[in-house]
Design a protein around this ligand. Structure first.
Ligand code: ADP
Ligand code: MG
Length: 318
């Protein structure tokens, strides 16, 4: 049986050139770039709730870091370091190898270094903390949206939730359709470059982890504004579009979780700048509506207003 320390050495100790001290001491030592603010966030993934038995360890490793990188993206922060607290039922080395490969694969892509953590025996539970940097005053907060700002989203909406609905047999996708949706559920791509590019442009931002309506709702609440969004303008993958007459698919788009796209507000006079940005980033950025001084979230579909207040979130809950 490998010891706890063998496991840490073998699977979680990698070079950390940007830290003064990484894994191996009682604490890591970091030097934040001069003048930068530190953005810190933590997310816990619980087996059976955030991922299932069927999910491979590589997927779980990827996702546990991806959800945290998405929080950095939503803040406009450059991710730098992560810590990993892991409870494992057993020292399953095959699982650990897969997990580490998913985790470090994504970490390498974004220049994130794992600088510490904790490893203990217990029901499978994964807690990743991430630290990033953002220039003073430039973080994309939830409370900066103003009436008249346009509302934008990155990528397409509802893909991950539609994949999940398919596996839960709430919707029936063709084999090819399911294969196209699955990567959105298992390998979300955090929009870090977009978040950084939106510094100084977006007035507020959030990542869509709980569904568009709920997450946009947080911006509205914290900014003290309302919003009007157009169902027809929501960016949809062709597979989702094909099933949009199905209420399940519609709920995936409006209230499905796990998209990890960005939803942000920006002054209307930045419209062209944002479209240019989308081309540079090779990432669709779509204007879906605007902020209003009138409170509440109004969803318009084919000219009809659908009230989606606090109760609406429950109603749409997938
Ligand atoms: P302590 O007893 O001081 O908490 P630990 O024995 O828990 O130290 O950890 C030893 C070292 O290994 C520490 O530097 C810790 O940050 C690191 N570490 C433990 N588990 C992990 C992990 N899963 N990933 C990365 N680093 C880890
Ligand atoms: Mg410890």
């Amino acid at each position: 049986m490998p010891s706890e320390f063998d496991l840490i050495r073998q699977y979680f100790t990698r070079p950390t050139p940007s830290a003064i001290l990484g894994v191996g001491d009682d604490a890591a030592l970091l030097r934040v770039s001069p003048g930068m603010e530190l953005a810190v966030s933590v997310d816990m993934l619980v087996a059976g709730r955030h991922f299932g038995e069927a999910d491979g360890p590589g997927t779980v490793g990827h996702k546990s870091l991806a959800v945290n990188l998405s929080d950095m993206a939503a803040m406009g922060a450059t991710p730098r370091w992560a810590t990993l607290a892991l409870a494992l039922p057993s020292a399953d080395e095959k699982w650990l190898r897969g997990f580490a490969s998913g985790f470090f694969g994504l970490a390498g892509k974004f220049g994130v270094e794992l600088i510490g953590g904790d490893t203990t025996r217990g029901p499978l539970n994964i807690c990743v903390q991430i630290m990033g940097e953002v220039p003073p005053g430039q973080a994309l907060r939830r409370d900066g949206a103003r009436p008249g700002d346009e509302i934008w989203v990155s990528g397409t909406l509802g893909n991950a939730a539609l994949a999940l609905a398919h596996y839960q047999r709430r919707v029936e996708l063709e084999h090819r359709e399911a294969a196209a949706m699955l990567p959105f559920l298992h390998l979300p791509q955090p929009r870090v470059a977009a978040g950084i590019a939106l510094r100084g442009i977006a007035t507020a931002a959030i990542d869509i982890s709980d569904g568009l309506l709920a997450d946009l709702g947080h911006i509205l609440e914290q900014s003290g504004v309302g919003a009007e969004i157009h169902f027809e303008h929501l960016p949809l993958h062709e597979v989702v579009r094909r099933h949009i007459q199905d209420e399940v698919a519609r709920n995936c788009v409006l209230a499905g979780g796990d998209d990890y796209e960005l939803c942000f507000a920006a002054p209307a006079d930045r419209h062209e700048t944002i479209l240019d940005l989308a081309r540079q980033l090779e990432l669709p950025l779509t204007c879906i509506g605007r902020m209003t001084s009138e409170a509440g979230l109004r969803l318009l579909r084919e000219g009809e207003i659908m009230e989606v207040g606090a109760k609406g979130f429950d109603h749409f809950a997938a």
